[in-house]
Design a protein around this ligand. Structure first.
Ligand code: P6P
Length: 341
C-alpha cells in the first residue's frame, strides 16, 4: 500500500526541540526559543545563498559591482540576519560574531541568560566558486550574576550547552549537539520550510583513510606534523596511501569527516604560530561535535581542544579533529618527539 512508502511520522527540528525540552523538567523554554531563532537564521541564510548569483550577492563586502555601488554582500547579510534573529529572540545577552570586532551586548535584554558565538558565513571567500559554506555556532549559558560582557564567552568548550553548524550545500544540512548528548543531522526541506531529522545519532567512523589539510602550508609545519602526514602518504608497512580531500571550507571538510571518518587538520605552524581557525566559533563547536560523535579534537600542541580557554573573543588555535584513532596517531607522534628532545 502507498502508506508503507510515505513517512507520516516526520521528526522536524521543531518537534525534536520540543521533545528535548520535555526531558528537562527544569527547562523554562528559553533554550527552545533561542534554537527557533537559530533555525530561522539558517533558513534565511540558505535562501540568500541559493539566490546569491541571481541577485548579484556574490563577491565580498566592500567589493563593488559593475555599476560601482558597494552593495551588501552575503557575508554582511548573513551577519545582519544572524544578529537580528538573536536579538529578536530576547534570549541572548551577548553575541560574538566573526564579522564583528567587538562583542554585541543586547542591553534591551538584561535578563537574557545565553551567550552565542558564531561565524555567520564561514568560508565566504569560496562563495563565488559555488563551494559549500556554512554557519558555525556555539551556545553558552551565562553564569548567575554575569554582567553581560565579552568576558562571558572566554570559557572552555566544555562549558558549551549546545554547538553545531549548518552547511549550505545541495541542501542545507544542520548538525546539532547538546552538552553530553548525541549528534543529530537535519536536512532543510525547502518545500516544508522545516529541518527534518535525517541523520539521528551520528557516530564518526572509527577509521577512514582520508586526510584533510592544506598541504600548501607544509613548508611551515613542525617536524611531528610533517612526520604524521608523511606516514599517511608513504606508508612503511606497505599499506595503501591515504586519500587527500581538502575543500578549504571548514564546514564542508568537517561534515565529510563526520560522515566518512578520517582527519581534518589546520596545524599551527611557523607562519601562523597560533593557528588560523578561531577557537570560539570554529574550533570549539566543531570539537564538541566530533567528541559527541565518538571522535576527538586537539589543539596544535595536542591538548584537548574543548579545554582551550580563549583570552580574546577572536583568538585562534591549531586543530586536529576526526576519527578517534587517527587523532591519537598524531598525539603519539608528538609524544615520541617530546621524549626525544
Ligand atoms: P586555507 C575559510 O576561509 C576558513 O576560515 C575555513 O573555513 C577553512 O577551513 C580555512 O579557512 C581554509 O584556510 O588557509 O587552507 O585557505
Amino acid at each position: 500500500p502507498v502508506s508503507a512508502e510515505v513517512n507520516t511520522d516526520i521528526v522536524t527540528l521543531t518537534r525534536f526541540l520540543t521533545e528535548e525540552q520535555a526531558k528537562h523538567a527544569e527547562a523554562t523554554g528559553d533554550f527552545t526559543l533561542l534554537c527557533h531563532a537559530l533555525q530561522f537564521s539558517f533558513k534565511s541564510i540558505a535562501y540568500y545563498i541559493r539566490r546569491a548569483t541571481l541577485i548579484n550577492l556574490t563577491g565580498l563586502a566592500g567589493s563593488s559591482n559593475t555599476t560601482g555601488d558597494d552593495q551588501k554582500k552575503l557575508d554582511v547579510i548573513g551577519n545582519d540576519v544572524f544578529i537580528n534573529a538573536m536579538r529578536s529572540s530576547g534570549k541572548v545577552r551577548v553575541l560574538v560574531s566573526e564579522e564583528e570586532e567587538e562583542a554585541i551586548i543586547f542591553s534591551e535584554h538584561p535578563n537574557a541568560r545565553y551567550a552565542v558565538a558564531c561565524d555567520p558565513i564561514d568560508g565566504s571567500s569560496n562563495l563565488d566558486a559555488g563551494v559549500s559554506v556554512g554557519t558555525i555556532f556555539g551556545i553558552y549559558k551565562l553564569a548567575v550574576g554575569a554582567r553581560g560582557t565579552d568576558k562571558d564567552l572566554l570559557l572552555p568548550g566544555t562549558e558549551l550547552v549546545a554547538a553545531g553548524f549548518t552547511m549550505y550545500g545541495a541542501s542545507a544540512q544542520l548538525v546539532l549537539t547538546m552538552k553530553g548528548g548525541a549528534v543529530n543531522g537535519f536536512t532543510l526541506d525547502n518545500a516544508l520550510g522545516e529541518f527534518i531529522l535525517t541523520h539521528p545519532n551520528l557516530r564518526i567512523p572509527k577509521k577512514r583513510a582520508i586526510y584533510s589539510v592544506n598541504e600548501g602550508n607544509s613548508l611551515y609545519w613542525e617536524d611531528p606534523v610533517k612526520e604524521y602526514f608523511n606516514s599517511l602518504k608513504y606508508p612503511t608497512e606497505g599499506g595503501k596511501p591515504y586519500s587527500a580531500r581538502y575543500i578549504g571550507s571548514m564546514v564542508a571538510d568537517a561534515y565529510r569527516t563526520l560522515l566518512y571518518g578520517g582527519i581534518f587538520a589546520y596545524p599551527s605552524d611557523k607562519k601562523s604560530p597560533k593557528g588560523k581557525l578561531r577557537i570560539l566559533y570554529e574550533c570549539a563547536p566543531m570539537a564538541m561535535v566530533m567528541e559527541n560523535a565518538g571522535g576527538q579534537a586537539v589543539t596544535g600542541n595536542m591538548s584537548r581542544m574543548l579545554e582551550a580557554v580563549p583570552e580574546h573573543i577572536h583568538d585562534r588555535s591549531g586543530i586536529f579533529m576526526g576519527s578517534y584513532g587517527e587523532v591519537q596517531k598524531v598525539i603519539d607522534i608528538f609524544e615520541a618527539h617530546t621524549k626525544k628532545n
